[in-house]
Design a protein. Structure first.
Lengths: 180, 180
DNA sequence: TTTAATCATGTAAACATTGACATGTTTTTA
DNA sequence: TAAAAACATGTCAATGTTTACATGATTAAA
């Protein structure tokens, strides 16, 4: 499946980057839907290099520090475009440890369950506020084919997802209070 | 982290089951938030057995077919309850291949992008309809501490999640048409 | 100016997950 | 009654992911 491969190719299509830059992207907006640590990124870059999909140039930062700035090669771009155009089936399961735990909620005392739900609610609300702040800085009407178009799609997606999560937590807390 | 361990303990807390039964649960409602194949389940059951958290009895089905019906031991129940009561931090990333691809949407032709979005929309709508049908069969006012309470929480959660996904896809398709 | 944060690149062991291989029984349906 | 679907249990190799180990340079802040 090699999803990380395409995440990296996609990022390099936007602009040349170092492995470190790629790791940073996974901590930003993109990190809402995919993530990888540098320990996974560097070996994958090595592999893509061997496969002839990418190349790199050495850049010197400061006095001596060497950076490998990676770039797409035509074969890599073709591979990326093919993947982007495939109509994949939806994955049936987006794993969620907290919701799994709630399936077994009957084994938690009422007061504690409310505490746990409130703790999640707080975190999700903070996340949502952060995403909404980002949306305010965003181009509200991105041009089709611009990278801002993709930025907008995923940001809106993340916001709608968090809103639904918050709504669920609020309903669940209410339900804890009113349930017999 | 061993989430599968707790998923299994939780299911066995509800009632004794075979490995096959557990696998089936991951294809039902619970499968919306956690999933494992039998190739992961059987070794995990073996391990839980060795750790003294569960035990089993042999049941004969038909003439000769042996079933291992697993059951929680007190140590397993304690372990489960401790896990259920821990206040874990939210996981920052619920991976989603399709949304990752949409981040790179600028590399897809408009007509094709609309096709891809519509394909996802169709699948998500079907899923949502299925979940809503299940909700109709569900106890609308589950008692606190009953297993129906957990069932209700996760089903509502799944519905809200799918609704948000559908909403996002619809907005994105509209955006494809109106964008410059 | 020194200290902390960030930049930068790698490897290795352990753990989690999937897909394929392997086998046989029981029940339902055509 | 034959075939298909579902029941039932396992292993193994490959792949994907995390955590820890390992090292050093550059920049911003105290």
């Amino acid at each position: 499946m090699r999803t990380l491969k395409y995440a990296i190719l996609g990022l390099l299509k936007r602009k040349p980057r170092t492995g470190y830059d790629i790791a940073k992207e996974f901590k930003a907006e993109l990190g809402n839907f995919w993530r990888a640590r540098h320990s996974q990124i560097y070996p994958e870059l090595k592999r893509l290099l061997e496969e002839g999909l990418i190349e790199y140039e050495i850049e010197i930062a400061g006095e001596t520090m060497e950076k490998k700035v990676y770039n797409l090669k035509p074969a890599g771009e073709k591979d990326l475009i093919d993947w982007l155009n495939t109509d994949e089936e939806m994955v049936p399961t987006a794993k969620d440890k907290f919701r799994l735990r709630m399936y077994f909620a009957s084994n938690i005392k009422r007061e504690r369950l409310i505490e746990l739900l409130n703790s999640q609610l707080k975190q999700r609300q903070d996340k949502l506020a952060m995403l909404e702040a980002k949306m305010d800085e965003q181009d509200r009407d991105p041009e089709f084919g611009s990278k801002e178009f993709g930025d907008f799609l995923v940001l809106e997606s993340a916001i709608l997802r968090e809103q639904a999560y918050v709504e669920w937590l609020e309903r669940s807390i209410r339900r804890c209070y009113i349930a017999k």
